[in-house]
Design a protein around this ligand. Structure first.
Ligand code: PLP
Length: 473
């Protein structure tokens, strides 16, 4: 299996070559040259597998430069009950008939990003060890991504994490989760500024190519192909949990931001998994809903990007969206480049032709939007009727899912976080505090633990100096 860019560069690369990289050199994203096709007999064989075995089967169709025994070991160490609390790893929680949640947020940081990031941590450690290299991960976070990255990379050999966050602006729970880590390879840098300042510093450092090379700077952002690949597995697992035979089709609803999660669903569908609809759920930041309704993709500026109670979906530009558009346009790299480089970068929007847009339905995509009021109602209603507390992002998904349910087709809503992460809104909706999951060690009294972080000025040079001083530890 080889990988190519979405923007027309036909250079073929192997999995481990792109594992530690972000964008392709031409600015595009990596995708496999073709999707492996999974036939009925194979689906039947996979039905009986454990999650870790299933992960190995799927990954091994995309990774041919890690020996089978090593990849099996990596998947077994990543996906087990010790880490996720349940044998199924992503168990279903049934609601009304034909509608269930698929729980993706039972990992160490209580959000679905653990599903991919935990694998990435093990893959990075393996590949860096094999090469005898080191990597300094530099990132900016307002919450979920940073903590998932830190919990995946803590204690890993050859990897250091330098995570910038806006000082005093994360929720107390998110801050405590990150700052309580005592591992010497994890560096929490609390920048005196807002999230955009943190992101600007990361960009400035990454654009300094000499510095980047000399100090082995890397990232773990959502465009990383290995992250997307890891997420393909739970679409297959969810399908097996929800069906008895491969004659059944099911649909998924995905609370979406950067389009990484639902893009993995698209990949699963392209591999032949019997998926009917992929429902893209957005919050008030509805760039993607607008696209799937109209064929116009119009990115937003920061003034037009709202701060909502489902903050991990507050995006103005969906960084993985280009991958789907590449497939939609028949893998025409020149056309994708014209749309994303010329039109988006210069004018901030593009409009598909009527013929191009007509193809969207063949890929099963539909969409919808949810608001703060919808979240509150959905959280309250789900708790009252089913005794299940859901988080704000999952509530967006559930609200939109109900608008697209078809009789005879089961719908799975991907649960992307646990309510304990967003306690304020849960209290607003239900009048009760959400419980913290019992299977994750150290959550009781988390906020009172000693914190390890360094307050930094809003200056690129100061961050560079810090990395230089600490990257030989
Ligand atoms: C990251 C995140 C999302 C959005 O996922 P994308 O892959 O960016 O579409 C949704 N919900 C939660 C809780 C998240 O952390």
């Amino acid at each position: 299996m080889k990988y190519i860019s979405t923007r027309g560069d036909k250079t073929e690369r192997r999995f481990c070559e792109i594992l530690l990289e972000g964008l392709a050199p031409d600015g595009g994203l990596y995708l496999p040259t073709a999707y492996p096709q999974i036939d009925d007999a194979t689906l039947n064989q996979w039905r009986g597998l454990s999650y870790a075995e299933l992960a190995y089967e799927i990954l091994s169709r995309y990774i041919d430069d890690i020996p089978a025994a090593d990849l099996k070991d990596i998947t077994a160490r990543t996906y087990n009950k010790q880490v996720y609390g349940f044998d199924e790893i992503t168990p279903l929680k049934p609601l009304e008939p034909g509608l269930a949640l698929e729980a993706l947020s039972n990992g160490p940081t209580l959000a679905f990003k653990d599903m991919a990031m935990q694998l990435l941590g093990n893959l990075f450690e393996y590949e860096l060890g094999r090469r005898g290299e080191q990597l300094n991960i530099l990132g900016a976070t307002s919450g979920d991504t940073g903590s998932a990255a830190e919990y995946a990379m803590r204690g890993k050999k050859g990897v250091r994490v330098f995570m910038l966050s806006p000082n005093g602006r994360m929720s107390p729970f998110q801050q405590a989760q990150m700052f309580s880590l005592q591992d010497p390879n994890i560096h929490n840098l609390a920048v005196e500024g807002v999230f955009d300042d943190c992101q600007d510093i990361v960009k400035a450092v990454s654009n300094d190519l000499d510095f980047k090379r000399k100090y082995k700077i890397g990232t773990v952002n959502s465009i990383n192909w290995a992250r997307l690949l890891a997420q393909v597995v739970y679409y297959f697992a969810g399908y097996f949990y929800a069906t008895k035979s491969n004659a059944e089709k099911i649909s998924f609803t995905v609370p979406s931001g950067n389009f990484g999660n639902v893009c993995a669903g698209h990949v699963a569908r392209m591999m032949g998994l019997p998926i009917d609809q992929l429902v893209v759920a957005t919050n008030e930041n509805n760039v993607l809903d607008e696209f799937f309704r109209t064929g116009s993709y119009r990115v937003r500026g920061s003034a037009e990007t709202y701060e909502t109670s489902s903050p991990s979906m507050d995006i103005s530009k969906a960084s993985n969206f280009e991958r789907f558009v590449f497939d939609l346009l028949g893998r025409d790299g020149a056309r994708v480049k014209a749309l994303f480089k010329d039109e988006i970068e210069q004018r901030g929007e593009f409009h598909l032709s009527a013929d191009e847009f007509a193809k969207v339905t063949q890929y099963g995509f539909v969409s919808g939007t949810s608001t703060h009021a919808n979240r509150l109602t959905t959280i309250k209603d789900t708790f009252e009727r089913f005794g299940i507390m859901i988080d704000t992002h999952t509530a967006d998904g559930l609200k939109v899912a109900r608008e697209h349910v078809k009789t005879g087709v089961s719908m799975l809503v991907l649960e992307t976080a646990l309510p304990a992460k967003f306690a304020d809104t849960i209290v607003e909706a239900t009048g009760r505090q959400p419980e913290r999951p019992s299977w994750i060690a150290g959550l009781d009294g988390l906020e009172a633990r000693p914190k390890r972080f360094t307050v930094m000025p809003k200056l690129t040079q100061a961050i560079k100096d810090y990395v230089v001083q600490h990257c030989a530890d």
